[in-house]
Design a protein around this ligand. Structure first.
Ligand code: NAD
Length: 270
């Protein structure tokens, strides 16, 4: 299926590895130009050159021009980091918001600073990026925002209380904004909710659980996998494919949704 977004330009945050990289990969394969952001310069530069090579190969197969891939090492949760990312391109058509999740822990240990950090990263940063880009998208008649949130928005995970709380704030905001006048101007805003995906973040969550419970990591991994109807963890590539579809011309009528990708783990009907 041609997603109809070749030649568009996307900002993809947290894209040096994991789910953000998966989204960037799926978009560049569709001929989408990229600005990719992550904190560490070397892994990001490496990811950007891999993305550029894959984009050029896919474009050559279609007989099209290779998409560009620009990168900037920055902390997207800071005003300076966002400024650096937004300075690399004037008119983004697509924005994938993403930053590292807050640390796991016990709510008794979290002070105001911990909460502000989580809210900054997982609620206010996506809102700032949306604010900086959606009016331009609306003026040009096309825009796609995809926020990487978490299945914890629908089914909270106790040790991820900072994530449960901060991301729910973003979800409420997006529910309203996505249904505003932007919707009539070709701009859609949706959230993608990962369940368990095989990334470094998931490995970190298991390590924290092992420390808290005293159980071996292998046992925790096996238990979690068995609890997923699909009997496996998701891959960044399949996450990226769903993201690219939400960014496509075919998804123009999907707006304000919380799309779970979790191998059937969420137990509810709705
Ligand atoms: P990951 O650790 O594999 O990758 C995170 C990426 O984001 C890296 O490229 C890192 O450099 C970048 N990053 C982190 N903080 C950043 C910042 N402040 N500024 C710029 N870049 C930053 O993580 P992942 O598994 O890909 O997770 C992505 C998001 O999805 C996280 O918020 C995570 O909490 C959430 N999530 C992941 C899972 C999972 O199973 N992997 C499940 C639910 C939610």
């Amino acid at each position: 299926m041609d997603l109809g977004i070749s030649g568009r330009t996307a900002l993809v945050c947290g894209a040096s590895k994991g789910l953000g990289f998966g989204c960037a990969l799926a978009l560049v394969e569709e001929g989408v130009n990229l600005v990719v952001v992550a904190r560490s310069a070397d892994p990001l530069a490496d990811a950007a050159s891999r993305l550029a090579a894959i984009g050029a190969e896919a474009a050559a197969r279609r007989g099209a021009a290779a998409p560009f891939v620009k990168h900037v090492a920055a902390d997207i949760t800071t005003p300076e980091g966002r400024k650096a990312a937004l300075a690399l391109h004037a008119d983004f058509d697509i924005v994938v918001t993403n930053a590292g999740g807050p640390p796991p822990g016990d709510f008794r240990d979290w002070d105001r600073e911990a909460w502000i950090k989580a809210v900054d990263a997982n609620m206010l940063t996506p809102i700032e990026l949306i604010k900086a880009t959606v009016d331009g998208m609306a003026a040009r008649g096309f825009g796609r925002i995809v926020n990487i949130t978490s299945s914890a928005v629908k089914a909270p995970i106790d040790i991820l209380g900072l994530s449960n709380g901060a991301r729910s704030g973003l979800t409420g905001f997006v529910a309203g904004l996505s249904r505003s006048a932007l919707a009539g101007k070709g701009v859609t805003i949706n959230n993608l909710l990962p369940g368990a995906f095989d990334t470094d973040r998931l490995k970190g969550t298991f390590a924290a659980s092992a420390q808290k419970t005293g159980q071996p990591i292998d046992a925790l991994v096996a238990k979690r996998r068995q609890a997923i109807p699909a009997q496996r963890f998701g891959t960044a590539e399949e996450f990226g494919a769903t993201c690219a579809f939400l960014c496509s011309m075919h998804a123009a009528y999907i707006n304000g949704q919380n799309v779970l990708i979790d191998g059937g783990a969420y137990p509810g009907t709705y």
